[in-house]
Design a protein around this ligand. Structure first.
Ligand code: DC
Length: 221
């Protein structure tokens, strides 16, 4: 691919299957996948580990200045250390939205995300890809799914990792996350006016990925 990097922006609520679909689309196109949720999760993990609560404060501001965050392919490094499964725990699920709603936290991650799209072609997924981070993206997709469907998927994933959870708990956490992600002042989760909406209930990962690939091909013609 030559010239300006291609940017495919995918937004949607927690558990809509964005990351699996985005990774698949990136693979099919032979370009990189940028998981912006991992950046928010890594930062929440870091701040929580330092007992810095999710509220704008001097200590939060200092921590955000001091911490180094790097993206290496699909990996995220915090202060030079690679983060792994620990950012996907039920604890981080429960607190990440509160950190992600803070303008200080969002500002800290904005240029980092944009730089990725300046350097190379990417498929980026998150909540504000098409609205804030990459408003000029070549293809913009919004992937909704009902909360029950999303909770079922998340429950299965946690079960397969032997995490002890109840379905009702997972459903409530998904609903709580939706409220925080959609209700926040800065960069709330919403569909960009020029995004294509693809509801994923009842569709397989392949079907969703194929629909996105068809849109990408149509745009790059
Ligand atoms: O996609 P995810 O579940 O890994 O995202 C984790 C949290 O990060 C989610 O609750 C909302 C937040 N997030 C965000 O606010 N903006 C993004 N671009 C990506 C994630």
């Amino acid at each position: 691919m030559s010239g300006k990097p291609l940017i495919v922006a995918i937004d949607g609520p927690a558990g809509a299957g964005k990351s699996t679909v985005a990774r698949r689309v990136a693979e099919a196109l032979g370009i990189s996948y940028l998981d912006t949720g991992a950046l928010y999760r890594a930062l929440a993990f870091y701040l929580d580990g330092r007992d810095i609560p999710p509220a704008e404060s001097e200590s939060l501001s200092r921590a955000l200045e001091e911490v180094s965050i790097d993206i290496d392919g699909e990996g995220v490094h915090i202060d030079g250390k690679s983060v792994g499964r620990e950012i996907r725990s039920p604890r981080i699920d429960g607190i990440v939205s509160a950190y992600a709603s803070l303008p200080m936290v969002r500002d800290r991650l904005l240029s980092l995300q944009r730089e990725q799209g300046e350097r190379r072609s990417i498929v980026a997924d998150g909540r504000d890809m098409a609205t804030v981070v990459f408003p000029g993206a070549d293809v913009k997709i919004f992937l909704p799914a009902t909360d029950e469907e999303r909770a079922r998927r998340r429950f299965k994933e946690l079960e397969s990792r032997n995490e002890p959870v109840r379905f009702e708990e997972v459903l409530e956490q998904i609903r709580q996350r939706d409220r925080t992600d959609s209700g926040r002042q800065t960069a709330p989760l919403r569909k960009a006016c020029d995004a294509v909406e693809l509801p994923t209930d009842g569709l397989s990962i392949e079907e969703v990925a194929d629909a996105i690939l068809a849109l990408v091909r149509k745009t790059s013609k």
